[in-house]
Design a binder for this molecule. Sequence first.
Ligand code: APR
Length: 249
Amino acid sequence: LLLIIVAVVLGVTLSKETNQFQSVFFSRCEKFKGHDCQKIWEAFQQAYVNQDPCDIPMEAYDPLITAAPFKPTCNRMMFWSKTKDVVHEFTEKRDCFVTLEDTLLGSVLDGLTWCGKEGSSETFTTDCPGWTDCKNNTVRSFWNRVSAAYADIACGDVTAMLNGSIAVPFSPTSIFGSIEVKGLNATRVKSLNVVLVTDEKNVTNCTNASLKDLQKELAEGIKYNCKEVPDTQIQECGSNPQKPCGSCW
Ligand code: APR
């Protein structure tokens, strides 16, 4: 009898690590009204629990996308690369642009690390493979999958905030370059508008060679624009909610 009790307790009790992760997941999820966070949690977990954390293909997260589908917000969708802080500081304050990290799935998992292990029903948050340790790692496959889904529903005029203080603002191996740009559908997307965020150093401008590569990757029919915008102007527009977003840059 004692053995049975021990086995049952071990079977249903999850570690502190799993519980802490789960509680962050739920508290972030519950900020979005009208969603079944328990159902979303279960769809999320089935992607990686009890599996090799280096062998999770993007497709493992398909049921998660089905459980919490992205809704198109035409003309307001914002992509970015190497501008994480400036773009989110802006979209946090202004709802005229929406990044993946402002949506349910993106905001729930932003900044988190998680993985499973074969033979375990736990969610681990330490000793998980790093971003480049293996191709199909749990976290990277998640971002690849949700980014593909977010690009797939993009519509109207879409914006991308790229970093003008680095030599190569468009990297074909970034998520933006390898997944999102290629995933924009010309039947839905009218134009891609690059906001190249510059600082005093002016390392890069819209004539940068990498931006030519970006244009080549765009499906035929999607118009392309690029504008150099000082970071101070973006911050200012973020802190002035009375200023129409259309005149931010
Ligand atoms: N190691 C760890 N994390 C990484 C690494 C890495 N080598 N590369 C990327 N990441 C994660 C980090 O969390 C980082 O902040 O991806 C984030 C974005 O990386 P960037 O290279 O700045 O941009 P990119 O790969 O283009 O991804 C941004 O994808 O998240 C979506 O829709 C979003 O348009 C956005 C794009």
